[in-house]
Write a protein that binds this ligand. Structure first.
Ligand SMILES: N[C@@H](CC=O)C(=O)O
Length: 366
């Protein structure tokens, strides 16, 4: 058994950072050796830094609780201790862009949960089952950054994960138009019910920047690597329009979606395409890969957050209520776990893919 890769978690004290630390406990390939956060937490043990704000159901992993939190701006010091980092830093978009590039330039690969680099044309935005080949763009990014090993890869926003996987399974039927309304959990805003009492008995019809991400990000995921330009060119279709609502749910983003297709698939064909949809993570048996990526639930009242959000440890997608529509061709409901598949879990699976593809290696092997 080869040695585990040494990992740093940047932004380790926030909700997504806590999820990274929890999911990485006992990971077969990766070992958290550095936790980093803002100067406010730096110098404390991880346990002290998250005291009173630990939001995970599991206790703080024993291997991490006594680590001293470093300041994320101690870039060289952190880079010297790790093979790569996960980024969940909470800063302005410009500051995130800058610091993630600075880490990459120390020859430290960055796998980011943040949106800052999602539209940098030579940064791959990866859902490993859907577009594993987008890592091909890393060679162009390395040329731009002047690195041999360092690069940035990102995962997309959590909001798209409840409907984009279904649409990906249906690409052969050529979806042309999509309406997606998302019902998003408060943990997506880094909060629980104590932090967000205003959500009780309420629905808030605005999440800053979310509709734009929901409409645009799938187009890059379905895009092509242009080997001449050295970037990913997003597709133009399907056109997606979206509304994003915050609802009183802790974990689980639901989407109610309508689709038009160029081809006219039957319901059986659509369900078969969902149920059989698998990719490189399943073929390679990556440690965080769900065995079954998309389940189709036949009961009229599924998927439900309470019953289905933890399907495949929160890494699988649940689809149901597929039926013909009066205005569109078909409509359906999707559900995904926003902090597992939609955030830290999705980033960890992305890092596993990049390791399997040879983009992330132990620094001493480089
Ligand atoms: N922006 C999302 C979080 C997903 O990554 C949300 O607010 O729910």
């Amino acid at each position: 058994m080869s040695k585990k890769l040494k990992v740093g978690v940047l932004g380790a004290t926030g909700m997504v950072g806590q999820r990274f630390v929890t999911l990485l406990a006992g990971h077969p390939w990766f070992e958290v050796v550095v936790v980093a956060a803002s100067p406010r937490s730096a110098g404390k043990t991880y346990q002290q830094a998250v005291a009173g704000r630990w939001k995970m159901a599991d206790p703080i992993p024993a291997a991490v609780k006594d680590l001293t939190v470093l300041d994320v701006s101690q870039i060289d010091e952190i880079a010297s201790q790790v093979d790569f980092v996960f980024s969940a830093v909470n800063m302005s978009k410009a500051a995130i862009k800058k610091i993630e590039e600075e880490y990459a330039k120390t020859e430290t690969p960055v796998v980011s949960n943040n949106s800052a680099h999602r539209w940098t044309p030579d940064v791959p935005m990866i859902i490993p089952e859907i577009n594993p080949n987008h890592s091909e763009v890393i060679k162009f990014q390395r040329q731009r950054l002047g690195t041999q090993r360092g690069f940035i890869a990102v995962k997309p926003n959590c909001s798209i994960q409840s409907y984009a996987p279904a649409l990906s399974a249906w690409m052969k039927f050529e979806p042309t138009q999509v309406v997606a309304t998302t019902y998003q959990a408060i943990s997506g805003a880094g909060k629980n019910f104590d932090d967000a009492p205003e959500i009780l008995n309420n629905v808030i019809p605005y999440i800053a920047g979310e509709e734009e991400k929901s409409e645009k990000e799938p187009l890059k995921i379905w895009g092509k690597v242009d080997q001449q330009k050295g970037e990913i060119i997003p597709v133009a279709a399907p056109v997606i329009t979206s509304q994003c609502l915050r609802v009183p749910v802790l974990y689980g983003h639901t989407a109610a979606a309508f689709v038009n297709f160029k081809q006219q698939p039957t319901k059986e064909e659509l369900i078969a395409a969902l149920e059989s949809y698998a990719g490189v993570p399943q073929e390679l048996g990556l440690p965080s890969a769900p065995k079954h990526f998309i389940q189709y639930l036949t009961e009229d009242d599924r998927p439900q957050v309470q019953l289905d959000v933890n399907f495949e440890n929160g890494m699988g997608i649940s689809i149901g209520r597929l039926r013909p529509d009066k205005i569109f061709d078909w409509k359906f409901v999707g559900l995904s776990h926003n902090t597992a598949r939609g955030a830290a879990g999705g980033a960890i699976l992305c890092a596993e893919l990049l390791k399997a593809q040879g983009y992330i290696t132990a620094k001493q092997c480089y």
